[in-house]
Design a protein around this ligand. Structure first.
Ligand code: TMP
Ligand code: ASP
Length: 244
């Protein structure tokens, strides 16, 4: 079937309209970027792996009562999603210190964070996705206080479910980023994707600080075996999804 011109092309996905105005087709690309697109490359089969992983995780989250934009995986690199208005905020949940948190605070890598940290960043590459203070979040008025409270609560619910699920896969969920959207009924739903591009995932039983990494940090830090790591996450998730 010929695709209509895209509605939107991002760094990792292209969104196309479908015959149903309430349904979009998300095509997951193999392109990889990091550091707000200053580093670019491709990760072989990433589109297929991330689409399949996100489909399974969204499906399971839905079954656990957490609303998402996901409708169905329709091809290896493609899913149908409900049309939503994306809120231009990135919501990061951290269970362990890593990445920008360590760089900006000096906290040691891997420090457990209890309760988990929930942070709001402005989704704007040109501005470098800055971390927002609560006052700046209010000032920008990109979401109402009640919508922000809903995002915070949903992010923590996703974290609880996802941490338990990954634990059963032998994987530690270090941190992750979510995006949210409002559907036509003004319901807040989890959108975008959940994949090794948007999560830090460490092998639970591996102590070597490089060998344990199963996520985009392998690409960011040029650690090699990026495809193998992504595929290992997929194999473990599909195995666990079938078992559970
Ligand atoms: P950070 O430590 O670089 O702030 O990243 C926290 C988490 O958010 C990590 O799992 C990677 C993810 N993330 C994205 O998905 N997109 C982004 O643009 C950034 C900066 C982080
Ligand atoms: N997602 C961002 C980018 O593609 C940042 C990152 O993941 O490091 O540039």
């Amino acid at each position: 079937m010929a695709l209509s011109p895209p509605l939107y092309e991002g760094k990792a996905k292209i969104l196309y309209p479908t015959a149903d105005p309430d349904v979009l087709l998300a095509h997951f690309k193999d392109d990889a970027t990091a550091f707000n697109a200053q580093k670019r490359g491709t990760i072989r089969e990433k589109g297929e792996i991330n689409c399949t992983l996100s489909s399974h995780l969204f499906q399971k989250l839905g079954e656990a009562g957490i609303p998402t934009h996901f409708l169905a995986q329709v091809a290896p690199q493609q899913m149908h999603v409900r049309r939503v208005t994306i809120i231009p905020l990135e919501v990061v949940v951290r269970n362990r210190a890593a990445g920008s948190l360590c760089r900006q605070t000096g906290l040691p890598l891997g420090l457990p964070l209890e309760p988990p940290l929930v942070e709001f960043y402005l989704k704007d590459d040109a501005l470098g996705d800055p971390l927002l203070t609560p006052d700046r979040l209010q000032l920008l008025n990109l979401a109402s206080p009640s919508h922000i409270a809903q995002m915070q609560a949903l992010a923590l619910q996703v974290n609880q479910w996802l941490s338990d699920f990954f634990k059963d896969c032998g994987i530690l969920l270090v941190d992750f980023k979510l995006e949210f959207g409002l559907n036509r009924d003004d319901q807040m739903v989890v959108a975008d994707e959940i994949s090794p591009d948007t999560c830090r995932l460490w092998l639970k039983d591996e102590t070597d600080p490089q060998k344990r990494i199963l996520d985009k940090d392998r690409f960011r830090q040029d650690l090699g075996q990026v495809e193998e790591a992504y595929r290992q996450v997929l194999t473990r998730v599909l195995g666990q999804a079938a078992a559970g």
